[in-house]
Ligand binder design. Sequence first.
Ligand code: NAD
Length: 464
Amino acid sequence: MKAHDGMYIGGQWRPAAGPDTIAVVNPADEQVIAHVPAGTAEDVDAAVRAAREAFPAWAATPPAERAARIAALRDVLVARKDEIAETVTAELGAPLALSRTVHAGVPVLVAGSYAELAASYSFEERIGNSTVLLEPVGVVGAITPWNYPLHQVVAKVAPALAAGCTVVLKPAEDTPLTAQLFAEAIHEAGLPAGVFNLVTGLGPVAGQALAAHEGVDLVSFTGSTAVGRQIGATAGAAVKRVALELGGKSANVILPSADLAKAVSVGIANVMSNSGQTCSAWTRMLVHRNQYDEALALAAAAVAKYVPGERVGPLVNAKQQQRVRGYIEKGLAEGARLVAGGPEAPHETGYYVSPTVFADVTWDMTIAQEEIFGPVLSILKYEDEEDALRIANGTVYGLAGAVWAADEAEAVAFARRMDTGQVDINGGRFNPLAPFGGYKQSGVGRELGPHGLSEYLQTKSLQF
Ligand code: NAD
């Protein structure tokens, strides 16, 4: 796998300040496939300076021209989609079919949506005797996780560029090769030097330096709640803007009138996709007590199709594999019952975890409260709708969720009472323009569509 041994700063690949490197491992066979430089505070500083220098001209570039550059970026992502899919598969372990459709495909949609929005968005509005100008916030420090290596990057960089901001990206240490490919795409698309900069490196070193840098005006972070809390504190102390997309423990509520077989099979597919490494995955399935046994039988049949090494990839690294197996052991120790899977690794090589389904899970068990980030589903029993609502809302998270009912209005009435940032009604489709983000400890701010764009804007009002 081709890797750059430098940082992309000011429109070119430059040697890193320090000698340290990070080994990139293929989680399917545990082989080292590349090394990338481990950036230091010095690299971050150089990147932030480049972004600051580029900011005035980019902010003053007419939105139609910014839109044209983002459209060119989308076209490069289309032209290089096979290479992107292969790179994601190599460093994340996702099955190639998933890498093609989701990991390479979704960023094209999102970049395309921001090419259109940059051209059509109203960066000025009239309120009474005032004109309100929506101006770019400045230099954005973007810190991303590994679970959707390109989507997480594009969901920050595309709206930031559309708004007129410049960016320094610190991608996850497990998936830096996809980020390097993205930097190449930016270069090929003809973005001016310094508008986008890449520093690979460790979170507590390069990530921390970026979040704390006084030349950064907004920190946009996606990752764990624990790190998000630290970044929020750092940004708060410096009075700088911050957007946090954090963890989740979403509920999939199947109301008694729903098509149970469909709801269970879509629910299983949702959790097993990307080996369960999706922050918005519906990891708690809530079923009425009269339908509970039937739901367990349906779930056992559905999960059997998810064979590790075929439809389900490995987890991203050995630590995550150990962590998820630990949660499965904890579920057993706290009295939950296995319907499928278990803590034993299904293969000797590769960081695989058996697709696992638990029954007899109560709302207060660890596996029903904490984010597991692996192919593990808990099925919980509810007595009535009020009980279902209490369970659904009974975690510190509020990122996503699902409701199933025969009648859409019945599902919507339930969804209105859920403390969560998005709800899929009867298996609703992904919408790249819909705001994505969390209630409660799942985060602050929204990504995607016009709501995502507004995160990168600040307002100035002129009175007449
Ligand atoms: P993580 O928090 O460990 O790392 C995320 C990023 O932060 C990485 O780039 C990492 O290098 C960096 N980082 C780590 N420590 C840092 C520090 N002290 N200062 C600055 N940066 C630091 O998360 P992860 O394990 O990579 O990702 C999994 C988590 O991300 C899960 O909790 C998941 O729910 C969450 N996630 C949330 C969303 C969302 O949109 N809400 C999307 C995907 C993932």
